[in-house]
Ligand binder design. Structure first.
Ligand code: ACM
Length: 543
């Protein structure tokens, strides 16, 4: 039995625990009110399987029962977890999501074995101490962005990440599906997007100036059935999947598949391939009616697959060189009465903002979409720092705070020479723990536009799941506490207490099979010198 004070993310309030507790057994029943079905399924399939508990269907009010209830006076994602000796455990959620988050806390209280796939040994008994937890999230957007374009992650790998998110009470999965280096979602009316756009011939290793190459094809994509499975799996875990199709920059894979999407009077787009290097490709979309219709077609299929209110359209790092050189782009700027290429980018984004709004959805994009004016209702992922997020909130736009200086988890987490492929600057576990999503200069009204925060996992230097685990954990646990718990101001946060709780959390992560970075530094296999066993380059400049 562990104490409630061991929860990560930390709960709002805990009364108890007392020395006595409730012990689960084969007869412990599960009863849930209508509306709690997803948590009942999860409890049997995950918690029950881990601990060898069948959790047979029970009756309301019976002894020796795990009871799930709803109480709409609580926060929709909040919950109360009450452990009563003899009677059992009662989880009351403000809504179905609250019940689910309460079940995640129960799992933590039952100890690390509750995070295994199967019982560690027969006849081990698991209990929870007599106590009451009251809890609710600070933010409604507690996000993780995963870049599956630079390195593909299989569907099963994505489902595993959804489980890891759920275990940390994160609820928005930002799915970065397209980039210069790969297109990862099947679009039925444009088969070449995946036939051509989902494979690249080779891959650059690291961000260094003298590149090494992995000379083998890399690729993969999700069929529409895969996507439906991912979205449904997420929904069972009260996670929303926000898809990102990055336009008008970061589009070389799409142009390689359909050369007419590019700036055909500046370069021969028929000779373009899916990009094999990192950085910002100069090959961007042509702002033509043909391109708009093409992407409307993409988004039409996407809206059928993703029920999310928000659809991410990227909008970051659109190189303007080809737009400046192209006579048809310059003619378009004149025809539309625009001042320059920045206004053209704004016009392009504005088109999809209106298009999505007309279909009952909301556009979200990287903070460059603020340049040249942003349509009402659109939201911003503030990644280049806080400034754009502050400007957006002051202009009445909703904001997701994900500044690269704090929560880009591809950045190295230690200065040591043994960090694998060490890019950018050091951001330690403590740095992430002291990340504050709401800048102090915002008024309360402006701060209300901060929907929440997001950790971003870009995968240029993460060629497999082990590397993604290493970069993401343990920092995602610190991020989850920032996004969920009502922490004090950064300087007042009790990092020593967080580290103390992490000691147990590492055992949970071990049981889940997560290849996190240990506090003492990378293990020998994690220090491996890179994809092909070649030496690490010197620390490259920032990405
Ligand atoms: C970004 O990092 N280009 C959003």
């Amino acid at each position: 039995m562990t104490s409630l004070a061991e929860l990560i993310p930390a709960a709002r309030s805990v009364v108890g625990p007392t020395p006595c507790g409730f012990v689960f057994g084969p007869d412990t029943a599960l009863w849930g009110a209508a509306g709690t079905d997803s948590t009942q399924r999860w409890l049997r399939a995950t918690l029950g399987a881990a601990l060898g508990l069948p959790l047979p269907p029970g009756q309301e009010g019976a002894e020796n029962t795990l009871t799930l209830r709803l109480d709409d006076t609580l926060d929709p994602e909040g919950y109360r977890l009450k452990v009563t000796t003899g009677w059992g455990v009662e989880i009351t959620g403000g809504g179905p999501a609250g019940v689910f988050w309460g079940a995640q806390s129960l799992r933590q209280l039952l100890g690390p074995d509750a995070f295994r796939r199967a019982p560690v040994a027969p006849d081990v008994q698991y209990g929870v101490r007599h106590q009451t937890v009251e809890d609710a999230p600070r933010f409604r957007w507690r996000g993780l962005m995963l870049d599956v374009a630079r390195h593909f992650m299989t569907k099963d790998g994505v489902l595993r990440y959804l489980d890891l998110m759920a275990a940390h009470k994160l609820n928005v999965f930002h799915f970065h599906l397209t980039d210069d280096q790969g297109w990862r979602v099947e679009i039925k009316r444009y088969p070449r997007l995946t036939e051509v756009g989902s494979w690249r011939a080779r891959t650059k290793f690291g961000h260094g100036a003298s590149p090494l190459w992995e000379e083998k094809p890399h690729g993969g994509f999700y069929t529409q059935d895969d996507i439906r499975e991912i979205v449904a799996y997420a929904a069972e875990r009260h996670i929303t999947v926000v898809p990102e199709i990055d336009v008008p920059g970061h589009s070389q894979a799409a142009i390689a598949a359909y050369p007419e999407l590019g700036i055909t009077d500046v370069i021969d787009t028929t000779s373009l391939t899916v990009w094999d290097s990192w950085g910002i490709s100069l090959n961007v979309l042509a702002p033509t009616d043909n391109t708009l219709r093409f992407y409307e077609g993409v988004f039409e299929e996407l809206l059928e697959l993703f029920p999310s209110e928000f659809i991410h359209i990227g909008g970051d790092e659109c190189a303007k060189e080809q737009w400046r050189e192209s006579s048809f782009v310059q003619a378009r700027i004149e025809e539309l009465g625009l001042a320059d290429e920045d206004e053209l980018q704004s016009w392009f984004i504005g088109h999809f903002d209106k298009w999505l709004s007309a279909r009952g959805r909301r556009l979200i994009g990287w903070d460059e979409i603020l340049e040249g004016g942003l349509a009402e209702g659109a939201a911003v992922s503030s990644w280049r720092g806080y400034a754009a997020g502050i400007a957006a909130a002051r202009a009445g736009h909703d904001v997701v705070m994900c500044p690269e200086q704090q929560v880009y988890l591809d950045y190295r987490q230690d200065a040591g020479a043994d960090e694998p492929v060490p890019i950018a600057y050091v951001r330690t576990l403590e740095d992430v723990y002291r990340f504050e999503p709401v800048p102090p200069e915002l008024t309360p009204e402006e701060a209300a536009h901060v929907l929440g925060a997001q950790a971003n996992v870009w995968t240029e230097v993460m060629e497999d799941q082990g590397r993604v685990d290493y970069q993401t954990f343990p920092r995602l646990a610190a991020f989850a506490e920032v996004a969920w718990s009502a922490l004090p101001a950064p300087a007042e946060r009790d990092f020593a207490d967080f580290e103390r709780r992490m000691a147990l959390h590492y055992e949970r992560l071990d049981a889940l099979g997560v290849g996190y970075r240990p506090p003492t530094g990378p293990l020998p296999w994690q220090q491996r010198p890179g994809v092909l066993g070649r030496p690490i380059e010197g620390t490259p400049p920032n990405r």
